[in-house]
Design a protein around this ligand. Structure first.
Ligand code: ACO
Length: 382
């Protein structure tokens, strides 16, 4: 028996098992605290921008003015995608989910930038810039193709968040909309060793290329128990339809052990601090753009779920209000999870870079529950 098997018992979902040491972010799920590199996320949401936060996560400290300007300029320069990638995307079925399109396109970047030099800081910097720059363009391009249009080229005069919104509509977004969208990206940029980050780290531990690392994380984020929940929250609110239906809906879910989307978290046993900020952003947008019946439904749902499931530590998670914010920004539902990916690329790359410095291949063990020395039964006797 090795040291590891002696101290660890099998835990479904690896709950509570440390799988890495990291100085990138910190979460206290009972106090509702989240920090990126030690800085409370609330501060970053108020004072920083997504690109500045991405720099902080990946390089470990806030950039000075010149560093941020250089990073932003380089990202802006690398936003366009190769026409061969666009042509490849045109062959995807328009009915496919944008997360599948994104996973395939992210992996395809590895075909074009295939020099794998993981000990070269310049290679690492270029890969970071390319992925942060090109992922939004790929998401927007597939969206346009899905609508039967040609992709809208990035707009050089627009910053990161505004440019993404522009590529969806060919209209310059209102400054408040761009600002709120940028804060959403900051809020989703990193969250310790969550499922997609773990997936990125497992893939990275083989020393494969960063495009494969991000592609594997995108595939993991797509599931409804992880990033996919934000789409399902809106479907659920539509299904509920009326305030009077909220209580019966929740009772029905509890009776049939059905998960209420946008609630519950492996780590948080209180309301997710990101949900609090997103709720404030939703409120700001409502003040600007007028009320939304789904927001009222969401408030009632939160009240009823807290009443029925608060004792179990089930409160809104990050996905509960993000869909409502995106809806108010006019973003189509199928893009909610890809937007999560646009933001989380920063966290995935921060963990990739951190792990490269101390890499050891992930190779856990298992508890075997099968037979031993079983007979081989000839085909005719089965
Ligand atoms: N609705 C109702 N009950 C819930 C919910 C929920 N959303 N979440 C957890 N519970 C209950 C479970 O039924 C279980 O009750 P029991 O002990 O009586 O059987 C208990 O709380 C523990 O639930 P688990 O599923 O074991 O918790 P786990 O930590 O494995 O799962 C997860 C966490 C996957 C997020 C879960 O809460 C869930 O499925 N939520 C809905 C989907 C969702 O919103 N996902 C987004 C998460 S945030 C993110 O990934 C970005």
């Amino acid at each position: 028996m090795t040291a590891a098997t002696k101290i660890c018992e099998y835990q479904p979902g690896l709950e509570g098992i440390p799988a890495t040491k990291s100085s990138i972010s910190y979460v206290d799920g009972t106090k509702g605290i989240i920090e990126y590199r030690g800085i409370p996320l609330e501060q970053l949401a108020k004072k920083s921008s997504f690109l500045e936060t991405a720099y902080l996560l990946i390089w470990g400290q806030l950039p000075n003015e010149t560093q941020l300007e250089e990073f932003a300029t380089e990202v802006r320069f690398h936003r366009r995608i190769k026409y061969r990638i666009r042509d490849m995307m045109k062959c995807f079925p328009e009915t496919g989910h944008p997360m599948d399109a994104l996973q395939t396109s992210a992996a395809a970047l590895g075909l074009f930038y295939s020099r794998r030099a993981l000990d070269d800081p310049e290679y690492i910097r270029k890969a970071v810039v390319r992925l942060i720059a090109k992922i939004p363009t790929m998401v927007a391009a597939f969206h346009q193709m899905h609508l039967g249009h040609d992709p809208i080229q990035p707009h050089d005069s627009l910053d990161y968040a505004a440019n993404f919104l522009y590529m969806l509509t060919e209209k310059r977004p209102h400054a408040l909309e761009a600002k709120i969208f940028d804060v959403c990206l900051t809020l989703h940029a990193e969250h310790t060793i969550n499922t997609s980050t773990f997936s990125a780290m497992v893939t990275a531990s083989t020393l494969t290329d960063p495009y494969a690392v991000v592609a594997s994380a995108v595939g993991t984020l797509a599931g409804p128990l992880h990033g996919g929940a934000n789409e399902e929250v809106l479907s659920m609110l539509e299904e509920i339809g009326l305030i009077d239906n909220v209580l019966p809906y929740v009772e029905e879910c509890i009776a049939h052990k059905k998960k209420i989307m946008g609630f519950g978290h492996r780590v948080y046993k209180v309301k997710d601090p990101r949900a609090k900020i997103l709720q404030e952003l939703a409120q700001q947008l409502l003040n600007e753009k007028g009320c939304d019946k789904y927001y009222d439904l969401a408030l009632e749902l939160e009240k009823v779920v807290e009443d029925k499931l608060g004792v179990k530590g089930i409160y809104p998670n990050v996905d509960f209000y993000s869909g409502l914010v995106y809806r108010k920004l006019g973003i189509p539902r199928k893009l909610f999870t890809p937007i999560f990916a646009i933001a989380r690329v920063a966290g995935w790359l921060a963990h990739w870079k951190e792990q490269l410095a101390v890499n050891r291949i992930f190779r856990p063990t298992q508890v075997y529950t099968g037979e031993h020395n079983a007979p081989y039964i000839p085909m005719a006797e089965r």
